[in-house]
Design a protein around this ligand. Structure first.
Ligand SMILES: [Mg+2]
Length: 166
């Protein structure tokens, strides 16, 4: 699965929701599909997309918030998952695109390349709904399920390590 295809598949669901992305390729790919005023591309704050999403979700409980995160970002701020779980915003869907790589800064392998399980870590942190998916069909099913679940969800989507220009 390519991240751009996953983003494209759920793009129609993003119109009336608040969207926060990590910096780098994920932000560039979402923007390439068409910017919307409800999209916020977090810059220069690696690891903090879920924290930004948490703050928005808690302050706007009547809105659904989608966070598009990455494996490198999550791994440099694992405490973000415990904070998410502690406050458990039921209006937040946390998607982690896991390409097992720090692609935007040179393609170095991350800990998920050697077996660390981000959905397992999220579950152990207390996130009530977690899932790992590896195909586009499974991703869209998981995303639709999360939108309708009404509870904090972390979806780890295994994606190829390719950026916007590939
Ligand atoms: Mg990555």
């Amino acid at each position: 699965m390519k991240r751009i295809d996953a983003l494209r598949a759920v793009y129609p669901h993003l119109e009336n929701r608040i969207v926060v992305t990590i910096m780098g390729a994920c932000a560039a790919e979402l923007q390439s599909l068409g910017h919307r005023p409800n999209f916020f591309y977090l810059q220069h704050a690696m690891g903090l997309a879920s924290s930004m999403g948490l703050g928005i979700a808690l302050s706007k409980p009547d809105r659904q918030v989608i966070v598009f995160d990455g494996d490198g970002s999550i791994l440099m701020n694992l405490g973000g998952l415990t904070t998410l779980a502690r406050y458990r915003p039921r209006n937040l869907v946390h998607v982690v695109f896991d390409n097992e790589s720090l692609l935007s800064v040179g393609g170095f392998p991350t800990a998920t390349a050697t077996g660390s399980d981000l959905a397992g870590i999220a579950a152990a942190a207390g996130v009530p709904r977690t899932e790992t998916v590896a195909t586009l069909d499974a991703f869209t099913r998981a995303f639709d399920g999360a939108l309708g679940a009404g509870d904090l969800t972390t979806i780890v989507a295994k994606v190829e390590a390719v950026g916007p220009s590939a």
